[in-house]
Ligand binder design. Structure first.
Ligand code: ADP
Ligand code: MG
Length: 266
């Protein structure tokens, strides 16, 4: 085989750009210099260049996911005092951070009195999941409901739900906050039903399940909504003894539901 002609770095850079290898295009000069200086074997040079490109891609992707997620700024795990978490939750934390629940399309429900760190904790997990290459959307519930409602009025609810489907996790912050009109609660219910068993939802709430009729108004819709979010879910309780006690009831119900499923499945 004949010797290939000498190529200019400019051509290499252009090829990198054409192939959308943005970082490689930026560093190919330096990489060549370094490889020549250090007398690297060809494999080492290629490995170096591709490693840089992969790292650049990862950084760009994380930056994009972070921008899209609208997580509250600074509410990360590093600013979260884990000692204030209930022991049981602290033990669960590494597993929650790994995000296997998202791969299973399970839900995460964070209950507790106002100010006990639910929102911060949900956001912190969001940042962890993004670092692990997952798409997350954080939204105060009233905001998401507003968005769905506007879509519905424009006959575009389907499309909006589809757009939200892009996110592997939607963090619905403060589900009890909105005192919905019937229409509002309907779109919220549709959203939850739509994601059921396909995509994860994280919900923070000051209201235990027994108070969810304040959200969904009629008992049937309330029961149906609870059913969908609880089935395949992890429930975490924050804060005082009182709230722990009430959430414990929800947890028990959750476990019973799980046991029932095993029986049904078996
Ligand atoms: P909730 O959503 O339960 O009402 P927040 O997450 O909004 O509570 O917490 C209230 C404030 O206290 C926030 O500024 C939050 O960052 C802070 N906070 C709560 N728990 C912790 C914690 N364990 N470590 C650090 N800051 C916390
Ligand atoms: Mg909150």
């Amino acid at each position: 085989m004949s010797q290939p002609e000498a190529v200019s770095v400019e051509v290499l850079r252009q090829y990198c750009r054409t192939l959308s290898m943005t970082t490689a295009a930026q560093v190919v000069d330096q990489a060549l210099d370094l490889a020549r200086r250090e007398e690297w074997p060809l494999e080492a040079f290629l490995h170096h260049l591709l490693t840089q490109e992969l790292a650049g891609r990862r950084a760009r992707r994380i930056a994009r996911l972070t921008k899209e997620a609208h997580l509250p700024v600074g509410k990360t795990l590093s600013t979260f005092d884990q000692k204030r978490l209930p022991l049981r939750v602290r033990r669960q934390l590494p597993q929650l951070c790994r995000g296997e629940l998202i791969d299973r399309a399970d839900n995460l429900l964070l209950f507790g009195l106002p100010g006990t760190g639910k929102t911060h904790f949900a956001a912190a997990l969001g940042y962890e999941w993004i670092a692990d290459n997952r798409s997350v959307l954080f939204a105060p519930t009233y905001q998401l409901v507003g968005r769905l409602l506007r879509a519905k009025r424009d006959y575009a609810l389907e499309r909006e739900l589809h757009r939200l489907d892009y996110f592997q996790v939607v963090i619905l912050d403060d589900i009890g906050y909105v005192q919905q009109s019937r229409e509002e609660m309907e779109v919220l219910f549709t959203f939850l039903a739509e994601r059921y068993e396909r995509r994860s939802v994280v919900i923070t709430s000051n209201l235990v399940f027994s108070q969810w009729d304040q959200i969904f108004k009629d008992p049937l819709t309330t029961a149906a909504a609870i059913d969908r979010v609880v089935h395949h879910s992890v429930i975490v309780e924050f804060g005082s003894e009182m709230s722990s006690y009430r959430a414990e009831e929800a947890t028990k119900r959750n476990r019973r539901r799980g046991a029932q499923d095993e029986v049904t499945a078996g």
